[in-house]
Design a binder for this molecule. Structure first.
Ligand code: UTP
Length: 223
């Protein structure tokens, strides 16, 4: 199977032990599958963007700054991987080329205007992935932010159109935080990409890949 895994920067963490655990799982999964990992910028990207904004950078420049941080994080993950090329592709064609020679390819962001959620959806579309896995800090998709409202309802499945309606009400800004970026959802919808949003712990990557997601994630159903 060809799978794209979107690892948010906060999910990956800035911690060698945790990054190593993700690397081990990815290498293991790559014995049976072709794996593309898209790494996010996390807290560091948000901090850089906050300071850049204070310095009057516009949103596009803030996005470029965020992208550089996602690539730095990608290089951290690469440091712990033996089977991936020590190179962060800057676009989808380059990632695809690398995947002809390697079972693991790691990249960060690409261009301004969205987050790595959309990057991973576009990559999944470009390489014709069978599955898109979006690792987050919660157990999938909720009716509201569960960190704000602990009583928010968790969905085991949700139609992509319903999720688009929920997300469309939110504002899009560099460094913003949403369950999934609107552009990502539109790509998932147009190409009917099977997508699972799940709690981003290393051991969950294989679990979700094997279809055992109900306790720890949400299936986004393409219509
Ligand atoms: P992230 O994808 O990390 O944002 O990109 P996020 O979802 O807020 O963070 P985590 O990692 O899941 O916690 C960081 C920022 O980089 C820019 C955006 O400004 C984004 O908010 N970015 C990233 C782009 O402009 N284009 C990309 O392809 C990727």
């Amino acid at each position: 199977m060809k799978v794209v895994v979107s690892l948010g920067g906060s999910v990956l963490g800035l911690d060698a032990k945790r990054i190593k655990r993700f690397a081990e799982v990815i290498e293991n999964v790559a014995k049976d599958h072709k794996v593309f990992v898209v790494v996010g910028g996390g807290k560091v990207a948000r901090e850089y963007i906050r300071i850049a904004r204070e310095l009057k950078a516009n949103d596009t420049l803030c996005d470029y700054i965020g992208i550089e941080v996602t690539r730095l994080n990608a290089m951290l993950l690469l440091s712990a991987l033996n089977s991936a090329p020590k190179r962060v592709p800057k676009d989808f064609a380059e990632a695809f080329e690398l995947s002809k020679h390697y079972n693991v390819v790691v990249m960060g962001g690409t261009f301004p205007g969205h987050t790595t959620d959309a990057t991973s959806a576009l990559l999944a579309e470009f390489v014709n992935a069978d599955l898109l896995l979006n690792a987050t800090s919660v157990r999938g998709v909720y009716s509201e932010d569960p960190k704000v409202n602990p009583k928010a309802e968790r969905f085991e499945r949700i139609k992509v159109s319903e999720l688009i309606d929920m997300v469309a009400k939110q504002e899009v800004r560099a460094g913003g935080s949403y369950v999934m970026d609107l552009l990502a959802l539109k790509i998932i919808q147009r190409s009917r990409i099977k997508t699972i949003v799940f709690l981003g712990e290393p051991e969950n990557v294989r679990r979700v890949l094997e279809g055992d997601f109900k306790e720890i994630g949400t299936l986004i159903e393409p219509e």
